[in-house]
Design a protein around this ligand. Structure first.
Ligand code: F6P
Length: 360
């Protein structure tokens, strides 16, 4: 069996690897190998494929990152090739990859990754590769699983930071803007805002009216005293506006987001907000470190399930959490559509009931 991790890292990847390895070792004749840095380990000459010994996987479920390394740049179906003029051309290397994988003769391949990685799994499966997907992402934006591991850890990290910003906001009568990750999905921001007790929560799914936020901030100050804590998702945008990412450059498949906290700060000042504002961009701290217990459990269960699917020869599927059960869906379903926050959902309604403004 060959295991690999692709896309951005996420707390719980090592727990999945350990889950697969532990379950596989209960069966006679199964050995586990890992491809280093997603499929790059297969492409490289010499190949970088390592045998995952007991020693290598012992106790790794508590560790952040991935022992197999990862990349969100070298997508085999949209592979970047640097041209002589320095520009990049994207080519489809899937046939080359299929050839190499067939030569390696693995009975099963387990691809642990997000949306992009599972699209790769689907292409490979359609070309005859015995592959199984395991969903991961802190963004929680896959609709075919009720939750991805790593998400709860990211929310916990963001909430811990939020709590710290509340005490300093209160001491200085300040308005604090905390920016969290999530790309086009506002799950991390929404959960953090509820858990932390934010006054304002801005997410990509609900474009905001800056004047409404100024009004909300003003309502929290009396004679210059008061404080406000705002959570903004990196993909949030104003009504009739677009996302402005100061991070900007395209180093991976996506344009890098990041920096909307500063944009919001400026917009607030331009709209007449007189509160003293400070901005915090949490960035990659949300992905770093070990997984919290919930994510360890989910990731270990996903690992065991993925291994069992492989042992049963049920390829072309991705493990998933559905209604409190560990189950699986086809790779087609897995990659059909992303999961975004529904502005009419109970979660958003409850957040509004708690007094959180979405600026809408
Ligand atoms: O998809 C996970 C994620 O952490 C997003 O929330 C974020 O926008 C992106 O990855 C950051 O990517 P990179 O690691 O390339 O900066």
């Amino acid at each position: 069996m060959l295991v690999l991790t692709g896309g951005g890292d996420c707390p719980g990847l090592n727990a999945v690897i350990r889950g697969i390895a532990k379950r596989a070792r209960k069966e006679k004749g199964w050995e586990i190998y890992g491809s280093i840095e997603a499929f790059n380990g297969v492409f490289r000459e010499p190949q970088e494929i390592v045998k995952l010994t007991r020693r290598m996987t012992a106790g790794i479920h508590v560790k952040g990152g991935t022992i197999l390394k990862t990349t969100n740049k070298d997508n085999p179906i949209n592979y970047p090739v640097i041209q002589p003029d320095g520009s990049r051309k994207f080519i489809d290397r899937s046939d080359d990859l299929v050839k190499k994988l067939n030569e390696l003769k693995f009975d099963a391949i387990i691809n642990i990754g997000g949306d992009g990685s599972q699209k790769i799994s689907k292409v490979l499966f359609d070309k005859g590769i015995p592959i199984i997907g395991v969903p991961k992402t802190i963004d929680n934006d896959l609709s075919s699983t009720d939750m991805t591991f790593g998400f709860q850890t990211a929310v916990q990290i963001a909430t811990d930071s939020f709590d710290k910003l509340v005490t300093t906001a209160e001491s200085h009568n300040r308005t604090m803007i905390m920016e969290v990750m999530g790309r086009d999905a506002g799950w991390i921001a929404l959960h953090t805002a509820i858990a932390g007790g934010a006054e304002v929560c801005l997410i990509p799914e609900i474009p905001y009216d800056i004047n409404k936020i100024v009004k909300r901030i003003n309502s929290r100050y009396k004679n210059g005293r008061g404080f406000v804590n705002i959570v903004i998702s990196e993909g949030a945008k104003p009504k009739n506006g677009t996302v402005t990412a100061t991070a900007g450059e395209k180093t991976s498949e996506h344009v890098r987001l990041g920096g909307v906290a500063y944009q919001l700060s400026k917009q607030l000042k331009d709209a007449g907000c007189t509160a003293e504002i400070r901005e915090t961009v949490l960035g990659h701290t949300q992905r770093g470190g070990g997984p919290i217990a919930f994510d360890r459990v989910l990731a270990l269960l996903f690992g065991v399930k993925a291994c069992e699917l492989a042992l049963e020869g049920k390829f072309g599927r991705m493990v998933a959490l559905k209604n409190n059960s560990i189950t699986s869906v086809t790779l087609e379903e897995a990659t059909a559509e992303p999961s975004f926050v529904d502005k009419n959902s109970d979660l958003v309604k409850a957040a509004k009931g708690l007094g959180i403004s979405f600026g809408d």
